[in-house]
Design a protein. Structure first.
Length: 240
């Protein structure tokens, strides 16, 4: 059996935008992924009936897509000496974006914990203030867009892709706790009923939380099915 690799399929108006979005989402450098154009898309007649571009990004030398963080032993992204500079740029970038949006909030940034000592630790940007639910949006769509834009800007400033997590009033921490509880409940239901359980569609980072929470449980297996934006996790009982 061939080695499974971390993959991410991205849809955007153009191939270039889809590629940039995927690299930012993975938080790695362009040279660390193989890029396959699945659909170049089309503009349609007078801008109507067009089709969006679709690309598949495969992390070189990594394992599984959402269940493991992307790694590449052949070309490790060594920890930068200017980590503090990247931290400051990320904080300033988010502050400026909020100012342009007319939102008054406090912004701080710190380094998170890295899953791999050969990789830079993620940059965590925390936003705090009053009435900031507008920054989260439905299914965190607004927050994820803010995070994506921040990654693009910071990556351009420092000359490489970097893993940045933007959070509002601890929303992502609470969401992760909720997802882990959900994973456990659905696993118990799968075991009790003997039937595969399907979760609601989720973005890659949330699917990964489900996979990680259950990866050590020998009673169930998890799998991602369907295509974005309807891609979801299934939890199946293991036959004994």
């Amino acid at each position: 059996m061939s080695e499974q690799r971390a993959m991410l399929e991205v849809i955007a108006p153009t191939v270039e935008e889809a590629t940039a979005k995927g690299i930012a989402e993975l938080g790695i450098r362009e040279e660390d992924v193989n890029i396959e154009v699945l659909d170049e898309g089309s503009r349609g007649l007078l801008g109507l009936g067009g089709r969006q571009a679709r690309v598949r990004l495969t992390v070189k030398g990594s394992q599984e897509d959402e269940s493991a963080a992307p790694t590449d032993s052949s070309s490790p992204d060594s920890v930068d000496e200017d980590a503090d500079n990247a931290l400051a740029i990320a904080r300033e970038t988010v502050s400026e974006l909020l100012e342009k949006m007319g939102i008054n909030a406090e912004v701080s940034a710190h380094h998170g914990e890295s899953d791999n000592p050969n990789y830079n630790p993620p940059i965590i940007v925390d936003i705090s203030g009053k009435d900031l639910s507008i920054l989260i949006g439905r299914r965190a769509e607004t927050l994820n867009s803010l995070q994506f834009i921040t990654r693009l800007i910071v990556g351009k400033e420092i000359g490489r892709g970097t893993h940045i997590v933007v959070d509002v009033e601890g929303y992502r921490v609470r969401r992760e706790r909720t997802l882990r509880d959900l994973a456990r409940r659905m696993a118990e239901q799968a075991i009790a009923t003997g039937r595969r359980q399907k979760l609601e569609p989720m973005p890659p980072n949330e699917r990964r939380i489900i996979h990680l929470e259950l990866q050590e449980d020998p009673s169930v297996t998890t799998e991602s099915i369907d295509q974005d934006p309807r891609r979801k996790v299934t939890i199946s009982p293991v036959d004994t």
